[in-house]
Structures are given as C-alpha cells and as structure tokens.
Design a protein. Structure first.
Length: 318
C-alpha cells in the first residue's frame, strides 16, 4: 500500500525472534546521507562519536552522538575503507588508496603499521580486526587498484588477495590465509578461537581455527550466499550471544546462528557495505549503505571490536 513502511525485520527461523533480534526500533534512523560509497563505521566511546569512510570522495566523516551533527574528520584520507580501534583506543585505518594500514595516535599523528609484505606493496587493505593480544589482522583484496574510483589503478605486486597479521611486538607482517577471490570483512569469534572472513567474489563466509602460535587452519565455509542472488558479503560483526551479523550488500544485513543457519535479516533501503556496534550499551547498530549512515537501537548487544578483557581507556578500574 502507498506510504506503508517496509518491514525491517525478516525472520527465517524462530531463533531470530526468541533471541531478541527483533526487539528494538521499528524503523531505521537516517543519521546522514550524501556519501558516494560509505564504509568502515567505528564508534569512539571516549568521544561518543562515530567515524566512517566515504571512499570515492576520499574523506572520513564524523557523527556526534550528543548533537547529531556530521563534520569532516579527515579529507585527502587515502581513500580509507575499514576502521577499528586498538587496545589503547587508537584508530586503526585501512587506507586502500595509499595501500597501507595506519594508526592515528592520541596526539593526532599517523603511524604506518603495514604497507608491504616481503618487500612488495600491499594491494589495497580493506578491513582490520584487533585480537586481545594486540595483534592486528587485515584483509588485502585488489578493490583499490582495479580502477581510479576508490583508489589508484595499478598492478598487484603480490599477485594474490590475502589476509595478514601484524605482530604487536615486532611489527612484522605475516601472511595467515590465502586462496581468496577477494577477502573482505574479518572478525574474531567472541572467544577468539576462530577467525571469520568474508570472500566477496566467491560469495562465502569462511571460518578458520586460530592456533596458539597465531597461524590458522584451512578455512571451511561457514555460510554461502546460495540462492540469495542479491547477497555479496562484506564486513562481519558478532553479538554477545555468538550470532554473526553480516553486511550482505543488496540483501541487507544477515544474521546467522552459531551453527551457520541464516535465521533472519534486516531490510535496508540501500546496499549495505558495513555494520558496527556502538553507544553506551553497544546495542546500537550503525549501518553504512551506499550514500547513507543509518542506525538501529536493538535488543541485542554487540561484542567490542578489540576483543575480550579490560581496556583501561574504556573500562576504568572502580
């Protein structure tokens, strides 16, 4: 019917309803629109702000929770893509145009964490996740070097699209997983025993066991787009009950039970690139989708992007 609000929550399994996944706002809130392609949202709890990337416009934007205002966080930003926080609350950014992973220090200076592997330039780092031991893991597809739209057209020096680990003590960059069409989003399970990686071109989410020495097992398929032709997996996030939430582009936001069953979906009016949990209770889901930033206050709570354990900057001793 004309004017009827689209259904936000779509349940495929009763666990989506009984798990409180359908509790919360009845509609999406539009926080900003006007991007060319929005990605990489990360919530900064100390400032009650969200930072995200507008890749083709080569800028990072900042939304303020107190005022609702949006301003430019950084311009000429290296066509940044994914953002996260390290264990000290510093911003870690995948600069796909500059072909490097960087850290913004507390004084605003930028430190390059990785720009090469075995002497060869990275392709175009896409997304990063931080383990509780301080190591930084990132995906490196070729999206930023295939054209000038989201980076700079160039030939790959490495010749493949891989996932890497940055050692927190030495800064050494190690290849930890390969054989991808295009590795994209990656996230650790809440207990950090598995690493989940989406492969956008293959239409899969793969899961790897994490060994004590930081190496990975061969990754099996956790979920596949299958008959959902509109789905192309991008970034991934967990909630505190172990469900995996996946940005699925034109198919909205998928929700998977720990056993790999697709139990529900959030319908979003634009193609969803990335999602991130934030706000004081970590129950506000932020969604970057094509031109816009959306949010949704939910009945579930997301895990923290820097893994389990106490963070002095966020969890001060009482």
């Amino acid at each position: 019917m004309p004017g009827e609000r689209p259904v936000l929550y779509e349940s495929f399994d009763d666990r989506f309803r009984t798990g409180r996944c359908m509790n919360g706002d009845e509609g999406l809130e539009v926080l900003y629109t006007g991007c060319r392609w929005a990605e990489g949202p990360v919530y900064l709890p100390a400032w009650r702000q969200l930072v995200w990337s507008d890749i083709p416009n080569d800028r990072m934007l900042r939304w303020d929770e107190e005022t609702g205002s949006v301003s430019v966080f950084r311009h000429s930003a290296g066509h940044t893509n994914g953002n996260t926080l390290d264990r000290q609350g510093r911003l870690v950014t995948c600069e796909q145009g500059n072909r490097r992973v960087t850290r913004t220090e507390h004084d605003g200076t930028i430190t390059v964490l990785a720009d090469r592997w075995q002497g060869k330039r990275l392709n175009s780092p896409n997304d990063a996740t931080v383990k509780s031991d301080g190591s930084i893991w990132f995906s490196d597809p070729d999206f930023g070097i295939t054209s000038d739209y989201e980076g700079y057209r160039a030939e790959s020096e490495i010749g493949s699209n891989n996932v890497y680990r940055i050692d927190p003590a030495t800064g050494r960059v190690d290849l930890v997983a390969d054989c991808f069409g295009a590795p994209n989003g990656l996230v650790f399970s809440p207990d950090e025993r598995q690493l989940y990686v989406s492969d956008t071109r293959a239409g899969y989410i793969r899961v790897f066991d994490v060994r004590d020495d930081g190496t990975l097992s061969d990754g099996s398929v956790f979920a596949a787009a299958g008959a959902r032709a509109a789905a192309r997996f991008d970034n991934l996030r967990f909630d505190d009950d172990g469900r995996l939430w996946a940005a699925a582009m034109a198919d909205g936001v998928h929700c998977y039970d720990p056993d790999g069953t697709l139990i529900g979906r959030l319908n979003v009016p634009e193609a969803v690139a990335n999602i991130s949990w934030g706000a004081a209770k970590r129950n506000r889901l932020f969604i970057t989708a094509e031109t816009s930033l959306y949010s949704l206050l939910m009945g579930v709570t997301g895990t923290h992007p820097t893994g389990p354990g106490r963070r002095p900057w966020l969890d001060p001793a009482r």
